[in-house]
Design a protein around this ligand. Sequence first.
Ligand code: RAM
Length: 507
Amino acid sequence: MDKFFLEKADINTPKLFEKEVTSAKTVKIVPDESAFFGVRTEDAGELDRIFHPGDRFILDFGDHCVGYLSFRLRHADRYLDAPVRLRLRFGEIPYELSREFSDYHGGLCASWLQEDIINVDFPEIVRLPRRYCFRYLEVTVLYTPRDVMLSDFSVRCVTSADRSRLKPLPAGIDPELAAIDRVAAKTLEDCMQTAYEDGPKRDRRLWTGDLRLQALTDHYLFGNNALARRCLYLFAACEEDGKFLPGCLYQKPAVFYDDMQMPDYALLYCAALCDYYEFTKDTETAKDLFPTAVRQTKLACSLIGEDGVIHSVVGWCFIDWAPNIRTCAPLQGVLMYTLEKMAALAEALGENSIADEFINTLELSRKAAYQVLFDKEKSAILSPSDDYQYSVQAQAWMILGGALIGEEGKAALTHALASGDSVKPVTPYMHHYVVEAMMKLGMKEEALSYIKSYWGSMVKHGADTFWEAYVPGNPDVSPYSDIIMNSYCHAWSCSPSYFIRRYFAEA
Ligand code: RAM
């Protein structure tokens, strides 16, 4: 790993801001057919302070929290002559706590589900060492020799987002947009730790695709340039000769990454560097990282076949969690999108021959993509290498890459979104790029109503923070085969604040 880059990452490690959140408010989780996940909470009064074996209660902290739990445990009237054993379960949304975690049937390791059994030997303030991510805390008193009192539940919430930097939206802004922005900003805030985490409940990793949308949005919210810089250096430190950057990396106990090459994410790393430079004009960082971004972009260009089109990918090209999504055409869109940005960065840094080379490849690639992949009759990009799969993802990325423009682009996107036969996005991440494609085509009104209906409906379903996967009308969507594993505060879902603050924040 590149030591110089790791050192640069290290000196940009942000300080964490802390905030204490307490709760004594208990709730019950009850079935409700009209709720998106089929359950809702009902007020169950103030915390009853004396408990017996088998007692159970759920505390509601009022908002999403990421931090460290503490509480006080005392005897009621007689000395506790044996340990008190408690089971704690944490939920970002009520649905998680309506399920037994032992029923989990998903693909990812069940240890991500936030549950602990603890033994308290003596009355004391109990401080849990792990960081949790939740709004709801279920406590079950498994065993206690005698009546026990539990009180003073508190969370020391942590984030590297400086809320004092958050600019208020104009006073007369559409309240629906203000609500979406509030939830989006909270989503980003809770994912901002010593890196831009993807989701504080589960992976807690830094993923390139998530990083790109977080840093972009953060520019309009908290402006933590050092955090963006740190994350960019961290990935550059993991570059290996002739390989795409790893899709994700871990920070602890030391920086670590798996051999997971992700070509689309590697390109979005380059896009993130271009955004970073555009916003900060920090030439020193841009120059440090430019060679990595050039190598990554060129590596992706090497996937272009003789006919100017990408026919196969290397590693895991993600694009979206839509089941069976085919990725050759979307990847070419991501590549062209990146080439345009990289050419601009090259020019700004005085690297004119690289700029020319990228513009040249971009133009050839656009022409070829249009000629080889665009079916005029069907008004759609359909790639033989994707088995002619018809997807919103391919249309959106080809628009962003500039292969589909003007009325043809509008028709391709609009039809794909309306068609019953097309593959649709399932993640807010991919929906971001649909909105961006609309903005690129000048469909500002459509983009606005898309944001309101997609992210806005999550707000209507009671989201405190935006979810990792969301398909309106279908609560069962999970990349991991069980929705209790989904993250309900997911970094890549925060980008409505970017659109709102950049384009729609007029009163
Ligand atoms: C998920 C993560 C992350 C995403 C990758 C591709 O496991 O939650 O957000 O970037 O998949």
